[in-house]
Ligand binder design. Sequence first.
Ligand code: COA
Length: 172
Amino acid sequence: MTIRVDELNGAAVQSHLDALAQLLLDAHASGMALCLAAPLSRDGARAAYNTAAERLTPGERLLLAAFDGDELVGAVQLDRAEAGNGRHRAEVRRLVVRADRRGAGVGRALMEAIVEAARGLGLRLLWLSTHEGTDADRIYGRLGWSRAGVIPDYAELPTGELAANAFYFLRL
Ligand SMILES: CC(C)(COP(=O)(O)OP(=O)(O)OC[C@H]1O[C@@H](n2cnc3c(N)ncnc32)[C@H](O)[C@@H]1OP(=O)(O)O)[C@@H](O)C(=O)NCCC(=O)NCCS
């Protein structure tokens, strides 16, 4: 499969809302909450990307999507810090690949593209967090990110249990 990664504007996000929502439903099915409380409905997943679309701002908040031909198979977001003394850093959020396309390099392609976009904006530091002990917690190290540590009871899993989150950073 040949993967292309494109930055989407708000209108493009709206036009791919069903495919994007499916990514979040797949994530919840595999135990990853991606900042959304369970139970997550299809409408709730669409609403999450609708909100993301409204908030997209060039140079501040970006959404990249991975395509196999016309099919959207993954996405990732970047939120630049608003703090006056933190404008050099951004959070990488909501990396997600459709369940049937995992393990084939889509996640790596998205992460490489978001790092490239961050460099293009002159950012110096990226950070992210993920539930401790999950596949994602193993993948970021593989992608060259450093694991800063763990905060217990950080977020609710789709099961409703509180889970620790691991925090990662990448200096650019
Ligand atoms: C996490 C996720 C985005 C990774 O996407 P993916 O397309 O499966 O990842 P890739 O195939 O590009 O793999 C990336 C790297 O991690 C490695 N990897 C993949 N799955 C792995 C696993 N289960 N354990 C350890 N390493 C793994 C790959 O070998 C690859 O490294 P390499 O290129 O050096 O070989 C995807 O599994 C997913 O959507 N999971 C559910 C949502 C989620 O957890 N999102 C993260 C929220 S923080």
